[in-house]
Design a protein around this ligand. Structure first.
Ligand SMILES: Cc1ncc(COP(=O)(O)O)c(C=O)c1O
Length: 402
């Protein structure tokens, strides 16, 4: 059931967020509402009331139920979805399960997530896997994106990793079309969709994408406790997919093989059904549409404020299909040149009370603000008032951005 739009301030009591700070990056690490924290705590107390019975009987049942509720929510078969801790784990799981070796090629774009590219770097260093990083211009059209991936597929390509919502550039890639073009270019190439930001922001017919595997976080936008993600695998690949941690459930086959990980606290997973139910109660996709409106308006306010202060920024370089709840904002030239100067600006803004992503990508600097259900246009107005002064300070004191 959908509820009418309530302001972020009205909903503030649902979250433990510090009201003295302006939170414009709640997608990166999520924000867990109090009712979900309480559900998790209830499981933790049940565990302490009878640790033996809980871990032998209740926990396996609750994990299986959470896994099935996630599959139902995503609209996929129960046999198709395993729970993993995060996309980082999901990607490493697929890499390890494919048995890549010397000379095998993996394709990823230069919009790929840093930790995923580092994981690939490790496979390259230790297993002599060849990593092809496809450059995709920021404002590339959907067709150009598809062509860039397909053109990188060669006879040795075993895997293509494509982001559904890119992290450093906050744009949507046409993953269905990429998967079709990659498969047309190389029948045996697996396509893994990195959908870290997708659950709770972009409705997706996962099994209709034509991908071989898809992994998305429930803890970014869907209110789940951190460390809760779903790994979907196409039927033909399920037999080969093994969890990174082998244990009691390993022999059960996919997806149950992912359920047991020794004596680990899985109460976060057990609270996933509560997170999904709360997301629905707060408005579901209607709520996401409202967040999209807030972030669009906020993005305009920030861009106007930067320009009104006399800085030259070029908005024509921005992608035409931005992420639903995040936007990319170019920073004036010279403010951010690399990761170190991005960190310096982040610290500056944080010291002023603003939590917002600052990125260096493609040799330039960017802000990547986002809107969650508690975010107000006023939060962006607040940043718009202070941002020009902070940018001027950084440019006037080069040591700050060194
Ligand atoms: C595109 C993308 N992939 C992977 C990840 C990693 O997610 P996690 O840290 O939950 O493993 C992120 C996190 O921001 C991301 O944006």
């Amino acid at each position: 059931m959908q509820s009418p739009r309530r302001s972020g301030r009205e909903l503030g009591h649902l979250f433990a967020l510090d009201p003295a700070r302006t939170h414009l990056n709640l997608g990166a690490f999520g924000a867990v509402p109090r009712p979900v924290l309480a559900a998790r705590q209830a499981w933790a107390e049940q565990a302490e009331a009878d640790p033996h019975r809980f871990h032998r009987v209740d926990a396996p049942r609750a994990v299986a139920a959470a896994r099935r509720s996630a599959a139902d929510w995503l609209g996929v078969d129960h046999e198709a979805l395993a729970l993993v801790s995060n996309v980082t784990e999901g990607v490493s799981t697929v890499l390890a399960s494919l048995g890549l070796g010397t000379g095998d090629e993996v394709v990823v774009s230069d919009h790929g997530y840093g930790a995923v590219r580092l994981a690939l770097g490790s496979w390259s260093e230790h297993r002599e896997v060849v990593v092809r990083e496809v450059p995709v211009p920021l404002a590339a059209t959907g067709d150009e994106v598809v062509h860039a991936f397909a053109a990188a597929v060669g006879p040795r390509t075993r895997l293509v990793i494509v982001d559904q919502i890119t992290s450093p550039t906050a744009r949507v890639f046409p993953v269905r079309e990429v998967a079709a073009a990659v498969h047309a270019a190389g029948r045996d190439v697996a396509v893994l969709v990195d959908a870290a930001h997708v659950p709770g922001t972009l409705p997706t017919d996962i099994s209709g994408l034509g991908a071989d595997a898809w992994v998305g976080n429930f803890h970014k936008w869907l209110f789940a406790p951190r460390g809760t993600a779903g790994l979907w695998v196409a039927p033909h690949l399920r037999e080969r997919i093994r969890p990174l941690v082998l244990g009691w459930s390993s022999a059960a086959g996919y997806p149950e093989s992912f359920d047991a990980r020794g004596t680990q606290d899985l109460t976060g997973w057990m609270a996933l059904p509560d997170a999904l139910a709360l997301w629905d109660r707060l408005g579901g996709w209607e709520m996401v549409a409202q967040c999209r409106g807030v972030v669009s308006e906020g993005h305009r306010l920030l861009a106007d404020a930067i320009r009104a202060a006399g800085f030259d920024i070029d908005l024509s370089v921005l992608p035409d299909r931005p992420a639903p709840t995040m936007r990319l904002l170019p920073l004036p030239p010279g403010v951010v040149r690399d990761d170190a100067s991005a960190d310096a600006l982040y610290e500056r803004l944080s010291a002023h009370g603003f939590e917002v992503a600052v990125l260096a990508w493609g040799g330039a600097g960017w802000l990547r603000p986002g809107a969650q259900v508690v975010t107000e246009v006023d939060d962006f107005r607040h940043l718009a008032r202070e941002l020009p002064g902070v940018l001027r300070d950084v440019l006037d004191e080069p040591a700050l951005s060194a």
